[in-house]
Ligand binder design. Structure first.
Ligand SMILES: Nc1ncnc2c1ncn2[C@@H]1O[C@H](COP(=O)(O)OP(=O)(O)O)[C@@H](O)[C@H]1O
Ligand SMILES: [Mg+2]
Length: 390
């Protein structure tokens, strides 16, 4: 199906999202309610979002012609991932396409070295870091940063822990593995953190911004597995500081749309920025059921320069648990049990074939008692994954 824009009701905004993953799929839920026409540039005809979006032409996000054709029929172009080459985005802008976030902002979510440099310039706190070109430079960096272990990261293209290595000493194979990629490598001190936090904000072109409650996120093997909103026991002034850092970054970088600032709450008291994402983020999925305005709705409002919605939480605690692919290929079988057990549980499936460890959905529980809310979410996710049975 290919929609003629004239066929749509008067004034219907057309938002193009490059990439057809679960973020685009969940954006469609918000787009439907707002009467926004979402177009998706899909990787293949059955990818997650293409199952839910009628206007989803297939095309490669690196193919200039494909992206240009796609963008020509959109009022604004935004992203499901940060992998569209910066040069291509500049080209779109020079042709009059409205790109939000724009390439100048987005590069800070694409390139971890560019991000660190900019954060240093604006005085936002980072772990000790340096670009390294050889194993000897890794050793020299470690000596300057309090010793091993250190973290090595590809500056571009990583996600879900792919492109991140932990080197325990100068002879660790992780160092060779990182350089074997041939990619530019950023070294960082391995932060001894109490936990990971995420400060999510949305900012619109006219400069309005909202900050969601700061959440705690848990990663396993580099993949986000659980998010608790708000971060339990987080000191009020520290939470405010995290929100201020995120708002400041959004303003300084000229971000439009959602910005997620992944942070470390270090054992020594420092609050450090890990990385930035300029799109709806896994640590914001709780907002669909747990906040007055979901991150997907606020992303759409922001890129369309509409007033932003309240980021306030609906309950004292909301816990989101990712459903990772296990051994059970049929995710729907588990619904009978989890739905019967917990009528207040919210289930989100992404329409992705099960592969071990792959994010195929998430569940959300909210309520007043943190332990109960957490148990409900964990139980449902584990049951759907197939790691528990009863
Ligand atoms: N400097 C660091 N110190 C300690 N842990 C880190 C550091 N950098 C990354 N990590 C761990 O690795 C995970 C993935 O790293 P990140 O830079 O966020 O890459 P990705 O792009 O894959 O999300 C983080 O969520 C964190 O758990
Ligand atoms: Mg990350």
């Amino acid at each position: 199906v290919k929609f003629a824009r004239e066929g749509l009701p008067a004034g219907t905004p057309v938002v193009g999202m490059v990439g057809g993953g679960q973020l685009a799929r969940m954006t469609q839920q918000a787009a439907i309610a707002l009467g926004v026409q979402l177009r998706v540039l899909a990787e293949d005809p059955l990818i997650s979002a293409a199952q839910a979006v009628a206007d989803a032409p297939v095309g490669d996000y690196r193919d200039h012609d494909a992206v240009r054709r796609f963008a020509a029929e959109c009022d604004v172009v935004t992203f499901d991932h940060e992998h569209v080459p910066t040069g291509l985005l500049h080209e779109l802008e020079s042709r009059g396409v409205v790109v939000r976030p724009g390439p100048e902002a987005l590069v800070h979510a694409q390139d971890k070295a560019v991000m660190r440099r900019r954060l240093d310039e604006i005085g936002a706190p980072s772990p000790a870091h340096a670009l390294v070109a050889t194993p000897a430079e890794v050793v020299a960096f470690a000596a300057s940063a309090g010793g091993f272990p250190v973290v090595l990261k590809t500056t571009r293209g990583g996600y879900d822990g792919k492109g991140v290595w932990f080197a325990k000493g100068p002879d660790d194979v992780a160092i060779d593995q990182a350089f074997a990629t041939g990619a530019a490598i950023l070294a960082e001190e391995k932060v001894d953190f109490v936990r990971e936090l995420s400060a999510l904000v949305a900012r619109s072109p006219h400069g309005q911004a909202v900050a969601y409650p700061v959440v705690e996120s848990v990663q396993a093997d580099g993949i986000c597995v659980e998010v608790t909103a708000p971060a339990p026991g987080l000191d009020g002034s520290r939470a405010a500081r995290a929100q201020q850092v995120a708002l400041r970054i959004a303003g300084e970088l000229g971000v439009t749309g959602v910005l997620a600032v992944e942070m470390f709450e270090a054992r020594d008291g420092r609050l450090l920025v890990n990385e930035l994402a300029m799109r709806p983020h896994n640590t914001g999925h709780w907002t669909i059921d747990g906040a007055v305005t979901s991150q997907f709705e606020n992303h759409l409002r922001a890129v369309l320069d509409l007033p932003l919605g309240s980021p306030a939480a609906r309950a004292s605690y909301t816990v989101m648990a990712n459903v990772l692919g296990g051994d059970v290929p049929d995710m729907h079988k588990g619904l009978l049990h989890v739905m019967a057990r917990d009528p207040e549980l919210k289930v989100h499936f992404y329409g992705k074939p099960v592969r071990p460890g792959r994010k195929v959905g998430h569940v959300t529980a909210y309520g007043e008692d943190l332990e109960q809310v957490r148990d409900r979410a964990r139980h449902a996710a584990a049951y759907l994954t197939g790691t528990i049975d009863e």
